[in-house]
Design a binder for this molecule. Structure first.
Ligand SMILES: C[S@@+](CC[C@H](N)C(=O)[O-])C[C@H]1O[C@@H](n2cnc3c(N)ncnc32)[C@H](O)[C@@H]1O
Length: 253
């Protein structure tokens, strides 16, 4: 009964023009659920480290449902320990990627992913009589914002015209009962991913590289004007609850 009610009220088309211009027709929830229930996909949804990339993500119909399924797995396996729940839920979140052309859809997709994560975490915090931690929420926000790109999947470029860049969040020494997970972040362009390029651990993409510049006051300490060099940086392995800090170190040599 509630299923019928839901599908009657579900909006799958925003406007005729958007359907014509962008092929925008959202997949109804019950169809998404049926598709994700196909045996091999169901299995992948239950595996916390299997990755998903949705090329025309819309408002995240598939990603949101996969996240729901993964969060249920995290609850089942790590619900007794809030620290483990926080760590494994962020790991699950870090495996979901999407590209969406239209700004409003991409924003809604980000918000929908965040809402699923937030509500599941909030529920668990209540069960454990604890408060949600800011570092967990901030890391969730950072991961979602890096994993959902507004851009064109066909040209592989973002809204700003630069190549689409995704972060890989590779768990370091993950064992069955690890309590706090460390991850190594490495950036790849969508082109790199499709071409199967392997980069050095921690390497940022040149399209999002942070440049560390000499201190401004150094200019007054030397007679000669120093050359402002761009330092080569890389992400260092960090606790998954600390990824929001985006800590990098300088590469020597
Ligand atoms: C048929 S809808 C499906 C949306 C979502 N996957 C779902 O099942 O509800 C296709 C989506 O792809 C987006 N899209 C169209 N062309 C695209 C492109 N070149 N790159 C990325 N997204 C695109 C549209 O804006 C639209 O949101």
């Amino acid at each position: 009964m509630s299923g019928t009610f839901e599908s009657v009220n579900e909006k799958i088309i925003k406007s005729k023009k958007r359907v014509q211009n962008h092929g925008e027709v959202f997949t109804p929830k019950r169809i998404v659920k049926k598709m994700l229930d196909l045996p091999h996909i169901r299995q992948a949804c239950q595996n916390l480290t299997s990755t998903f990339l949705e090329p025309g993500a819309g408002e995240g119909a598939f990603l949101v449902e996969v996240l729901n399924k993964k969060m249920k797995m995290v609850l089942k396996n790590y619900g007794n320990d809030l620290t483990q729940y926080e760590n494994y839920s962020l790991l699950a979140l870090s495996t979901l990627y999407g590209v969406e052309l239209l700004e409003d859809n991409a924003q809604k997709c980000v918000m929908n992913m965040h809402q699923v994560y937030y509500e599941a975490y909030q529920q668990q915090a209540i069960v454990h009589g604890a408060k949600m931690k800011n570092k967990v929420l901030d890391s969730a926000k950072l991961i979602i914002s890096k994993n959902i790109a507004q851009g064109n999947f066909l040209t592989k470029s973002s809204a700003s015209g630069n190549p689409i860049v995704f972060s890989e969040w590779q768990p370091v020494n993950l064992r069955t009962n690890t309590k706090t997970i460390k991850v190594q972040r490495t950036e790849y362009t969508l082109e790199d991913i499709i071409e199967g390029v392997k980069k050095a651990d921690g390497e940022p993409s040149i399209h999002s590289e942070k440049v560390k510049q000499l201190d401004f006051f150094d200019l007054f300490n030397n007679e000669e004007i120093p050359v402002i060099e761009a330092k080569r940086m890389r992400y260092i392995p960090v606790k998954i609850t600390d990824v929001y800090k985006e800590v990098m170190e300088e590469i020597n040599g």
